[in-house]
Design a protein around this ligand. Structure first.
Ligand code: GMT
Length: 397
């Protein structure tokens, strides 16, 4: 292993022979792409070859100097007969080429549609060998897109034809059975966080860019889709600021950004909110905040909340989906009902007005991030999944 290599447990490093992994992901800013990239890079650092197949360079792939990491961009054809480029077909063709050229052993599709579908299709096209297909469900691929009648059968088909299926929380696993009627084993594997990058320790220079020392600094990171309820984030800041001087930093971009920005002005807190847009290196801002806000209406896991916990920042979030599996209410943060802005703002104020409580929750969050969600354990679970998938695939399941 080279410098910066993962300290995988010796048994994992020794027992896992190097293999070639192809990863299908949404390359833009978003939790599933982050998990896909960072999971694959852990395997690359342990000596395995990794091929990303995506419509763009993955958002969190900031360092591209590793010799055993490739990015294969998917090219599509804008043909006037098609309403939209047929990305799934282009992705399947590109993947089939990569499988044959590089001898891919395992294809890991992050997000059921269209990536698991493309993986199954490519597996059928390839004549050299049969790679194993692992599909990881992230949330909206089941709860929004997958549920839509237009995609339901294709989603169920792709999941059931995968050699191994994982979901990022127990809640999502159960939902996949309940709402999609999937009938195959699904293993819950939580997301993890690089606890060295996301570590406690306020960076005063960074903090002072956004808030005075006597002001509280609230933070939100997301892709500003409606499920994130980014307007509620702004409403929470306005309510908190009515009692305690506070500022808000919003990292990310997406469809709700203009609305959130207009609302901040309407509520008279336009000058208290900074919209930074999307960028991959959020760790210094993360550890410099006082409270992280995630008031989503739907969340299979809540990766950004885990990154905040690892950074020693208490979380105020909603008790939906898989969030309670990540943030323990009253221990590493507070969970309230979605849309209940007064309750969410009240929880923030409680934290800001009680230094001892804030310190306890910050420490508890960090502790939970590095134990329950330890990188090494989660990587080990994926190593076992790849092994199981290869066995299932070679027996022609
Ligand atoms: O909601 C997002 O931020 C993006 C979305 C995605 O598909 O990229 O995230 C989903 O996957 C993340 C990683 O597993 C989870 O942490 C998010 O909870 C999940 N989002 C939803 O379920 C809404």
């Amino acid at each position: 292993m080279g410098p910066g290599a993962l300290s995988l447990t010796p048994d994992l490093a020794e027992s896992t022979k190097p293999f070639t992994l192809a990863v299908l992901l949404h390359g833009g800013a978003g939790g599933s792409g982050v998990v896909a990239t960072e999971t694959a890079l852990r395997f690359a650092r342990a000596g395995h070859d990794v091929h990303f197949i995506s419509n763009r360079v993955p958002f969190r792939l900031v360092d591209r100097s590793d010799a055993n990491v490739w990015v294969h961009q998917v090219e599509t054809l804008a043909y006037p007969l098609f309403d939209a480029p047929l990305t799934t077909l282009a992705e399947a063709s590109r993947l089939a080429e990569v499988i044959e050229t590089y001898g891919v052993d395992v294809v890991h599709a992050h997000y059921a549609v269209p990536h698991a579908t493309a993986a199954i299709l490519a597996r059928d096209m390839v004549t050299t060998h049969r790679p194993a297909v692992v599909t990881t469900l992230h949330g909206t691929d089941v709860t929004l897109v997958g549920l839509d009648r237009a995609y339901l059968r294709a989603t169920r088909h792709a999941i059931q034809r995968s050699d191994v299926v994982t979901a990022v929380s127990h809640h999502l696993r159960q939902q996949t059975y309940d709402v999609l009627g999937v009938e195959c084993p699904i293993q819950a594997i939580p997301n993890t966080v690089d606890a060295t990058r996301f570590r406690p320790g306020v960076d005063m220079d960074v903090r002072r860019r956004f808030a005075r020392d006597d002001e509280a600094l609230l933070l939100h990171v997301s892709n500003f889709r409606p499920v994130k309820r980014t307007c509620d984030v702004v409403r929470i800041l306005a309510e908190v600021n009515a009692h305690v001087p506070a500022r808000l930093v919003m990292v990310g971009d997406g469809p709700e950004q203009p609305k959130a920005s207009a609302l901040a002005r309407d509520l008279g807190v336009g000058d208290r909110v900074t919209f930074l847009g999307a960028f991959p290196t959020v760790e210094a801002i993360m550890r410099s905040a006082d409270v992280f806000l995630l008031p989503s209406s739907l969340e299979a896991f809540g990766l950004a909340a885990l990154e905040a916990m690892a950074s020693g920042v208490p979380v105020v979030a909603t008790s939906v989906g898989g969030i309670p599996e990540v943030v323990e209410d009253g221990v590493s943060g507070f969970l309230r009902e979605p849309k209940d802005v007064p309750a969410l703002a009240g929880a923030v104020r409680t934290l800001l007005q009680d230094d001892a409580l804030h310190a306890r929750m910050a420490a508890a969050g960090r502790e939970r991030a590095v134990t329950t969600f330890a990188e090494e354990n989660v990587t080990h679970m994926y190593a076992e999944v790849y092994e199981a998938a290869r066995n299932a695939s070679s027996s022609g399941k």
